[in-house]
Design a protein around this ligand. Sequence first.
Ligand SMILES: C[S@@+](CC[C@H](N)C(=O)[O-])C[C@H]1O[C@@H](n2cnc3c(N)ncnc32)[C@H](O)[C@@H]1O
Length: 242
Amino acid sequence: MNAGAIFRLPAIAAAYDLLTAHQLWCDDVARLLQGAALAGAGGRRVLDLGCGTGTSTFVAARLLAGAEVVGVDLARAMIERARRRHRRRHPDLTGVRFEVADAARLPFPDASFDLVLGHSVLYLLPDRAAALRQARRVLAPGGRLLLMEPDAEGSLWRAAAANAGRLPGLLRRPLTGLRFLASMVLWRLVSGGAGRLSAARLEGSLRAAGFDRVEIRPTLGGLGLHCAGAVEGRAEQRPGRG
Ligand SMILES: C[S@@+](CC[C@H](N)C(=O)[O-])C[C@H]1O[C@@H](n2cnc3c(N)ncnc32)[C@H](O)[C@@H]1O
């Protein structure tokens, strides 16, 4: 079974939510978006690849107010849970919708998005090159791709040592701290099986798919990489949704 298939097991959607639908994971999505997207992307039509239960999609929709945000995932159970969370907890986000779709065969026309987000997804895909080519295809001129991926060079011990100063803060929110810790350990285990990415490999893959101005920096205490790539051209001016 490939690592992506784990997420299609029926019980995983609830377990995944328990581990990652918390502030520390949301903060990482927000940092990814703030670091690279808001300045240059326009960000009005956003595609969230491998959106899971919607955590990354909801963060994007709140940060990029007025954007149309489409979350796609191959696992139907993840999409059903994302839709339920949308109805129950984020009904005000009227520009958000979720669809079952494969990142390697996106059912969208060319140049139909300004921003493609993939938070902890590419490493799971059996054909990463195809998914990157699809992301490039659906991005409009001037569009941006933003990824967060597990770093092949990262180490749990080094991350723990680098974050020792945050321990008192985590102890004040022990449940969030525990969920975050469990999610990081499981992420290392799953990504170890699926194949983590080095910065050099990520950069080479983005360039091979036709992305420009590739920038990569560490996140999550060195366990992850934030990666941004751009599509040549000027973003078209469109009226905002409000
Ligand atoms: C680690 S989760 C990340 C979820 C979300 N982006 C977040 O940050 O919480 C990875 C997601 O990618 C999805 N996935 C795996 N293979 C996929 C594919 N080929 N196309 C679309 N989604 C896929 C999985 O079902 C899973 O929900």
